[in-house]
Design a protein around this ligand. Structure first.
Ligand code: ADP
Ligand code: MG
Length: 596
């Protein structure tokens, strides 16, 4: 004869009916282990158990109730679950899963349950917080408005991230995803932003090297590292991002700012799948993707910018997803793309081709960060996306070389330089003002006079020079000031820097011979000053007779905008034209404009 536990309970229940209420209450607080395997226990008799409640098993094993079924509770076990046996008693704790939080955690490496992993002794925290909790509602939030700067030119200029935003970093393995996250932490080392780096399913050696990098840059003391390495049990990996998020929320709710990086959620989803199968949840396609959506949406919804009554704190989330061969259409990527406020897509071909960070501009977007971008950056980087997409369109024609018309050639030249400008090494973050200076040099056309392979050298030269010689100007840009006079002053300074650095091309775009750049320097300098003082506009031509022509050509270019779609520069503001490029080019356009 088979004995069914629920039948026995029913019999027992009817027997003890009539016991006083306290006694009956107590009975439902204690249960018995029905079965235990693979770190999962089925417990009978915990009638009032809550979802995600902590359960106390013998031998200091803790369980987390995940499956509430009609006659038993499925729980995942943390700790030495081998020692738990069938028939052991299990007690409800009445508490949801909680993790330690507090400033004491900064600078530490801990596991998701709050045990130190770095051998630096006790954490010394006094507070805890439920690992999972409801996300703030609409009324409790306000729009994102402060920037969360990564220090990376390509991101801060084109996919700006705001505090409180959720921005996905997505790409194949080894495309520099983690590097971006680490750079973001390093760039904020001396700012009022606390960072939580959650490592899920990485090798412990990788975690240690991240910690070392952060320490070398003085960023570790501002960072909590939550590690659930690859060798950990699935439940620990499952818990990790929620625990990290709770640690970030602690700062958010104090009116401070926090950044949570989840590296990476693909492995989190795999851990969850493993757990679900062990819990005997339906494995089919109909159940699992939906589950994973809920898994990640309830995590990422907790990123927020709170309203002023609640202190105005923020929690920014940078989830990372690893794709297989760039496949964005798999269900984990599509889920997280739909949950976040934008994505930074890293392309393996770009990465291998040396464009690093390997950001695919066309596929990357930030839907809310624009309002958090500083004015100088917004103004200088405004045309960047367009320039780059035009460049990409024409790139295939580059092989035709000199057969190309001047316009196409100009677009290609510009694009090549902008791509070069946006390249940036690891752990070489730049302040916004430095970024503005070099991006301005690129988008306004000054860099067209420098050959591509010298652009990085020039960048360092320019930044050094501006910060020492023009610190007043740079301070104003750093303070987010921007107007015509700042723009022309910056243009002038960049022009002088180019002349001193020694341009490779003259103002018409013709290559200069060795030694000729000295001459270009002398001539260019004087005219530069004359022109700028006359008109206050930054990129006046080096030629004296150019003023009139420029304004005319700007106008005619604007006309072109309407009907001439193959004018590469067309969608740009006529003012930000590269006057240095070539006169021939402009005249062509003028004629086109006149005849139109
Ligand atoms: N901007 C960069 N410049 C040069 N090397 C980089 C850059 N970003 C990443 N790398 C290198 O590329 C490799 C992969 O980067 P990583 O961030 O670990 O990729 P992922 O997290 O996508 O697997 C690492 O060796 C890293 O040092
Ligand atoms: Mg990585």
């Amino acid at each position: 004869m088979q004995i069914k536990p629920d039948e026995i309970t029913n019999i027992l229940k009817s027997r003890i009916e009539g016991l006083d209420e306290d006694g009956a209450g107590d009975l439902s607080e204690v249960g018995t282990v029905l079965s235990v395997a693979d770190g999962i226990a089925r417990v009978h008799g915990l009638e009032n158990c809550m979802s995600l409640e902590l359960l106390e098993f013998p031998h200091d094993v803790t369980g987390l109730a995940l499956n509430l079924e009609s006659d038993n509770v499925g729980a995942v076990l943390f700790g030495d679950w081998d020692s738990v046996d069938e028939g052991d008693t299990v007690k409800r704790s009445g508490r949801l899963l909680e993790v330690p939080v507090g400033e004491e955690l900064l600078g530490r490496i801990i596991d998701p349950l709050g045990n130190p992993l770095d051998g630096k002794g006790e954490l010394g925290t006094t507070q805890t917080r439920p690992a999972e909790g409801p996300a703030p509602g609409v009324v409790q939030r306000q729009p994102v408005e402060e920037p969360m700067l990564t220090g990376l030119k390509a991101i801060d200029s084109m996919v700006p991230i705001g505090r409180g935003q959720r921005e996905l970093i997505i790409g194949d393995r080894q495309t520099g995803k983690s590097a971006i996250a680490v750079d973001a932490i390093i760039n904020n080392r001396d700012k009022d932003l606390r960072c939580v780096y959650v490592a899920i399913g990485l090798r412990m050696a990788t975690v240690a090297s991240v910690a070392k990098t952060l320490e070398e840059h003085g960023a570790l003391e501002n960072t909590i590292i939550v590690a659930a390495p690859a060798n950990e049990a699935a439940p620990i990996k499952y818990m990790a991002p929620y625990a990290g998020c709770a640690m970030g929320e602690f700062f958010r709710d104090r009116g401070e700012h926090a950044l949570c990086i989840y590296d990476d959620l693909t492995k989190h989803a795999y851990a969850y799948r493993q757990m679900s199968l062990l819990l005997r949840r339906p494995p089919g396609r109909e159940a699992f993707p939906g589950d994973v959506f809920y898994l990640h949406s309830r995590l990422l919804e907790r990123a927020s910018k709170l309203n002023d009554e609640l202190g105005g704190g923020s929690l920014t989330a940078l989830p990372i997803i690893e794709t297989q061969a760039g496949d964005l259409a798999a269900y984990i990527p599509t889920n997280v793309i739909s949950i976040t406020d934008g994505q930074i897509f890293l392309d393996q071909d770009l990465f291998l081709g040396g464009t690093r960070p390997a950001i695919d501009v066309g596929m990357s977007v930030s839907r809310v960060g624009g309002s958090a971008q500083s004015t100088p950056m917004k103004k200088t980087a405004g045309t960047l996306r367009l320039d780059l997409s035009q460049y990409r369109e024409l790139q295939a024609f580059a092989q035709f070389g000199s057969d190309l018309d001047a316009d196409t050639q100009a677009t290609l030249n510009r694009g090549e330089r902008l791509v070069e400008v946006l390249k940036q090494g690891e752990q070489k973050t730049l302040t916004t003002r430095d970024q503005v200076a070099i991006i301005y040099a690129g988008t306004s056309g000054w860099l067209d006079r420098i050959s591509t392979d010298r652009i990085h050298e020039f960048q360092d030269f320019l930044i050094d020079r501006l910060n020492s010689g023009q610190s007043g100007l740079m301070d104003r840009i750093g303070d987010s000031e921007w107007d015509d006079s700042i723009e022309s002053e910056l243009g002038e300074a960049v022009g002088e820097a180019i002349d001193d650095f020694g341009p490779d091309y003259d103002a018409e775009g013709n290559p200069l011979e060795e030694g000729e750049s000295e001459r270009a320097h002398g001539g260019g300098d004087d005219d530069e000053d004359d022109d700028s003082s006359k008109s206050g506009s930054r990129d006046e031509d080096d030629e004296d007779d150019s003023d009139e022509e420029d304004s005319k050509s700007a106008k005619s270019k604007k006309e072109d905008d309407e009907d001439d779609s193959d004018d590469e520069d067309s969608a740009k503001d006529g003012k930000s034209k590269n006057k240095n490029k070539n006169k021939k080019n402009k005249k062509d356009k003028e004629e086109a404009g006149a005849s139109a």
